[in-house]
Design a protein around this ligand. Structure first.
Ligand SMILES: Nc1ncnc2c1ncn2[C@@H]1O[C@H](COP(=O)(O)OP(=O)(O)OP(=O)(O)O)[C@@H](O)[C@H]1O
Length: 249
């Protein structure tokens, strides 16, 4: 079966302006392919570049080198050559992303945060609200919270809002950055179910899961990033000391 995503020769480095322009290479010559209905899990120690890879694939970071292609029935699309404005439609319709932390818009209710990806595609408001509420209920978020903005929610509550927002759009490609990190066992089990349902409808997923049990239950394959690292000792550099690269999109 043709993969939905292929990556070849991917390299990424950062220039640390706060440290005299020191160049930090994170990955070299990374290759992967991902098929529909498959969950590929990124493996490797802290600092190896797992989140960086997801951010490149979502267009937040620019790749230094290499080729990233999405394969559609009418041919491939090379992401490195996409103009910035094209990312909007790509994220709306093709690539979903569940980050570890929710970015909230003040005064927007939880239900509206979750239904927004459907509304952005022109879906019916009543149907979108119903689907948002169904997901929030499955994720055990108390109904009294649905009409409130999630900014003051607990870490685990915010993560569940994020998961509902990430899964509601049923994107063909989903990037999952530790979606179960702040969850209790019951809610981890719901996320595992959501991932399995997404696989069954043909979604391709690339994920980071520190919880070994979750990893074993969702992963079809592991991609150990150690193989693509420049210098293993670099994994210990503390990201908080570094000047942050601006998001590009
Ligand atoms: N915006 C940035 N600017 C400079 N360096 C960065 C930036 N983002 C990541 N890095 C560096 O790239 C390396 C990989 O970071 P990344 O967050 O991808 O690791 P990770 O494998 O996801 O780690 P963890 O498991 O701890 O989340 C780290 O050394 C980090 O310091």
């Amino acid at each position: 079966m043709t993969p939905i995503l292929t990556v070849e020769g991917l390299g990424k480095g950062f220039v640390l302006h706060g440290q005299g322009g020191l160049a930090l290479t994170v990955m070299r010559d990374l290759a992967l392919d991902l098929r529909r209905g498959e969950c590929l899990v990124l493996a490797g120690p802290s600092g190896i570049g797992k989140s960086t890879l997801l951010k490149i694939l979502y267009g937040n970071y620019l790749a230094g080198e290499g080729r990233i292609r999405l394969h559609f029935s009418d041919g491939p699309m090379e992401l490195g050559k996409l103009p910035a404005h094209a990312w909007h439609a790509l994220r709306r319709d093709v690539i979903g992303y569940v980050s570890q932390f929710l970015r909230v818009v003040p005064r927007v209710s939880t239900c509206e945060v979750v239904m927004e990806p459907l509304l952005a595609r022109g879906a019916d408001a009543v149907e979108s609200r119903y689907r948002a509420e169904t997901l929030l209920a499955r994720l055990n978020l108390p109904e009294r919270l649905w009409s409130l903005p999630p900014g003051t929610f607990s870490g685990g509550e915010q993560q569940r809002v994020n998961i509902a927002r990430g899964f509601i759009g049923e994107h063909p490609l989903l990037l999952l950055d530790e979606p179960t990190a702040s969850l209790d066992a019951a809610n981890r089990a719901v996320v595992i179910e959501l991932i399995r349902e997404a696989k069954a409808r043909g979604a391709a997923m690339l994920g980071i899961f520190h919880d070994e049990d979750v990893r074993e239950r969702v992963a079809d394959r592991l991609l150990p990033l150690e193989n693509y690292m420049d210098d293993p000792s670099r994994a210990r550099i503390d990201a908080s000391q570094l000047l942050q690269e601006n998001d590009h999109a």
